[in-house]
Design a protein. Structure first.
Length: 517
């Protein structure tokens, strides 16, 4: 029965994120995150640490396997791997992520059993601390499907991200699940006063969080320093055509035509998505070697680049995934190299062991990461450019804004994942980055979802998926710094410190009771 409850939790939790199956978008089920993990918590309530690890690992397999099924499409359809290798690679990744999940429950179970402490105040800190580690190691981390991201549709609930980051939302959801579990257990035991006390604490925390959200939504008095008319070309270039020489001229023409149309609609800065330039460029050349199709507007576009001699890239220099800012004459005003590369998409970690994955970088070769995170100077303003999945890492946006970025721009290409949940889940990360930094954010995508998100996390508009569209938006620039930008990830780092302290204390303490209630 315990294994079934663990699997049930994993399945329920997987559907709390935006989900597309068979081309159908399921309704927002984020509200289920408040109780999704209760079956697992009940299943391991009195379990030993090893049993808790095993059952939570099982829950993780269902959770991550369902939520991230679209990785199979990326590896098989566009990554060059066979169906068998794609399945094996997906299972390996899911197993690694599930191991983190097992560590959360194994550690919290060990600490509470050792000291006869209640899980209510221990598990949320252990969870947040380990989730932070999952977002950083191995291979730079992969924080996808963190429980906090289930609340993208509940704006009142996520405004506290400007204080704690997404980790605060995660902490509170874990606390709610643990509180419900404790209420069930104590009610069954006849300990109703203690059950009601737990309910009151959980309700107070949720209401306080929602009240803060209502206040922030109703009382945002920040005034933009400027508002810019920004255009976006969603080229809708099929992934299988992007690096074909025979398609290069047509691809460039698509973006040139979109640029001219957006200029006529009043755009003064036009965005092209990640790797939209179909030719390799020299990023340190004085000007772009190809016509961008603009007469008056400046352009920020994604490209594969190398260092060069004049306008010609040098073949002996490494590739970069680059965003280049150019003026109407094609002069290069600045560039930013993507620093946080995608494992197996832009480089292969542990090449000797994972030799079979080299096919996945064969189209463009392995990339070299940039040396630093920095915003691009644009007149009197600074643009924080996030390439591809750099927006899923909270610290990157925070660093960009801390260094002066007045707006965030995500250029990406999610064509790899087909008509799946990936594009919708990716957009939720951008919502949180906007709230955390209190910056307007605009997404320029190849196949969708192109969108504009305000500093409260509202999706003001979004384009279609796998559609050819051009957009114009009024994009406000801000200078104020949120508490999260000023203080950083103090909650997850503090949680790791708490976890370390509890671990040391538990190791030094002899004996211990077996209760974890």
């Amino acid at each position: 029965m315990g294994w079934l409850l663990a699997a049930l939790s994993g399945v329920i939790a997987a559907f709390t994120y935006p989900t597309v199956f068979a081309g159908y978008m399921l309704p927002d089920l984020g509200w289920m995150a408040f109780f999704a993990w209760v079956p697992l918590f009940l299943a391991i309530r009195s379990a030993r640490p090893k049993a808790a690890f095993a059952k939570s690992f099982c829950a993780g397999l269902f959770h991550y396997g369902i939520a991230m099924y679209w990785l199979y499409t990326a590896m098989n359809s566009f990554g060059g791997l066979s169906p068998t290798l794609s399945i094996l690679a997906l299972l390996l990744l899911v197993a690694v992520l599930s191991a983190y999940f097992g560590i959360i429950f194994g550690l919290s179970q060990w600490i509470c059993r050792k000291n006869a402490w209640t899980m209510l105040w221990v598990r949320p800190f252990v969870w947040v601390g380990i989730e932070y580690l999952r977002g950083h190691v191995p291979a730079g981390g992969f924080p996808w499907s963190q429980i906090g991201y289930s609340q993208g549709g509940f704006l009142h609930f996520i405004q506290s991200a400007d204080l704690f980051g997404v980790y605060g939302v995660t902490w509170l959801l874990v606390f709610c699940n643990e509180a419900l579990t404790e209420i069930v257990v104590r009610w069954r035991r006849g300990e109703r006063p203690r059950a009601l006390k737990t309910a009151a604490i959980a309700a107070a925390l949720v209401l306080a969080n929602v009240a803060y959200g209502r206040y922030r939504l109703a009382n945002d008095t920040a005034v933009p320093t400027r508002t810019l008319q920004v255009g976006v070309v969603q080229g809708n270039i099929p992934q299988e055509e992007k690096w074909q020489r025979s398609a290069a001229a047509r691809i460039l023409e698509t973006f040139q035509q979109g640029t001219l149309a957006l200029e006529q609609r009043g755009a003064s800065l036009i965005l092209w998505p990640e790797a939209s330039m179909p030719y390799e460029l020299a990023y340190d050349a004085p000007e772009v070697a190809y016509d961008l199709g603009t007469q008056r507007a400046d352009i920020l576009f994604g490209t594969i680049s190398r260092s060069g001699r004049g306008s010609e890239p040098r073949r002996d220099r490494p590739y970069h995934n680059t965003a280049i800012l150019a003026d109407a004459e094609g002069r290069i005003l600045g560039y930013y190299h993507k620093r946080h590369l995608v494992p197996f998409g832009e480089y292969v970690p542990w090449k000797d062991f994972l030799f079979f994955a080299r096919k996945m970088t064969a189209q463009v070769g392995e990339m070299m990461p940039g040396s630093d995170y920095y915003p691009l100077k644009y007149g009197d303003s600074l643009l924080g450019v996030l390439i591809c999945y750099e927006d899923i890492f909270p610290e990157i946006s925070r660093i960009m804004v801390e260094k002066g970025a007045n707006v965030l721009i995500n250029i990406t290409n999610d064509a790899w994942y087909g008509r799946s949940s990936a594009a919708y889940q990716h957009q939720v990360f951008s919502q949180f980055r906007a709230v955390e930094t209190r910056r307007a954010l605009i997404r320029a995508t190849n196949t969708g979802l192109t969108s504009q998100i305000d500093r409260q996390g509202r999706v003001l508009w979004q384009g279609g998926l796998f559609t050819r569209e051009d957009f114009v938006a009024s994009l406000p620039f801000y200078e104020d710094l949120s508490p999260y930008v000023r203080t950083g990830d103090w909650l997850p780092l503090g949680s790791l410190a708490v976890l370390l302290g509890l671990g040391i204390y538990s190791c030094l303490r002899r004996g211990g009771r077996s209760s974890a209630s």
